[in-house]
Design a protein around this ligand. Structure first.
Ligand SMILES: C[S@@+](CC[C@H](N)C(=O)[O-])C[C@H]1O[C@@H](n2cnc3c(N)ncnc32)[C@H](O)[C@@H]1O
Length: 231
């Protein structure tokens, strides 16, 4: 039921809804999590399409709006595991095995995704950034970051940690993007992101906030996309 013009959208999920029997031993938070998974049309569609993660839809939907991924462009993906964004980016830029134009890094291992190369590392370590550039063989047209820290449940702490990752990704982008390049990153609204946003406004022609449909309504998660890097 894929919509050909909007590959990030698909048919109605009516009829899929499932009720989860309450297991007395199961904590209510895990009951809610499993219930969400069972009733989430994106989870089902992720499996059908063979995507490594549900996050693939977020990138598809952001790209439907801003159309920044195009054949021939090169991409660095920060926080790439398990690999949904690598799959979408490789398809969209037509990256092929042997001439990979998509390179990713994560603290965790990522399964092999044809058309991309991924390494294990922490992007806050400068050597890791250098490795990514060496593998790609040039500066990238696009740097994207879906990096997220493990959430603590404490809203302010989670916000500060995510903003730190946003700033780390932005520093890497400002040092390495090609002229007219694009920066896309996860961004929680909450106050501490203001400085990073003003840096983006200074160095890029356009900056937009976006909350793709695939990003859960109840989540504070959002994305920021900065287009037209001025160097
Ligand atoms: C939401 S997941 C990314 C999902 C991915 N975009 C996909 O489509 O499959 C966030 C990832 O960021 C990674 N991460 C967090 N901090 C990082 C860091 N400092 N360097 C590299 N990766 C990091 C985590 O290990 C985690 O796998």
């Amino acid at each position: 039921m894929t919509n050909e013009n909007n590959p990030g959208s698909f048919g109605s999920s009516r009829g899929l809804s499932q009720k989860l029997k309450k297991d007395k031993k199961r904590k209510s938070s895990s009951t809610r999590w499993i219930g969400r998974q069972l009733n989430d049309p994106y989870v089902l569609e992720t499996q059908k399409r063979g995507y490594k993660s549900r996050a693939a839809f977020k990138l598809l939907q952001i790209n439907e709006k801003y159309k920044f991924l195009a054949p021939g462009l090169s991409v660095i993906d920060l926080g790439c595991a398990p690999g949904g964004w690598l799959q979408i980016a490789s398809q969209k830029v037509s990256s092929i095995v042997g001439e990979e134009k998509v390179v990713g890094v994560d603290l965790l291992p990522t399964q092999e995704i044809p058309g991309s190369i991924s390494i294990i590392g922490d992007i806050s370590d400068k050597i890791v950034g250098k490795k990514l550039l060496k593998i790609l063989g040039s500066n990238p047209n696009i740097i994207m970051s879906d990096m997220a820290a493990n959430t603590t449940g404490h809203r302010q702490t989670d916000h500060i940690r995510t903003t730190y990752l946003l700033e780390t990704a932005l520093d890497f982008a400002l040092d390495n993007l090609k002229k007219n390049g694009v920066f896309l990153a996860k961004c929680f609204k909450g106050g501490t992101e203001i400085e990073a946003l003003s840096l983006m406004k200074k160095h890029f022609s356009r900056v937009h906030h976006i909350k793709p449909d695939a990003s859960r309504k109840e989540s504070v998660e959002g994305y920021v996309i900065a287009l037209g890097y001025k160097t």
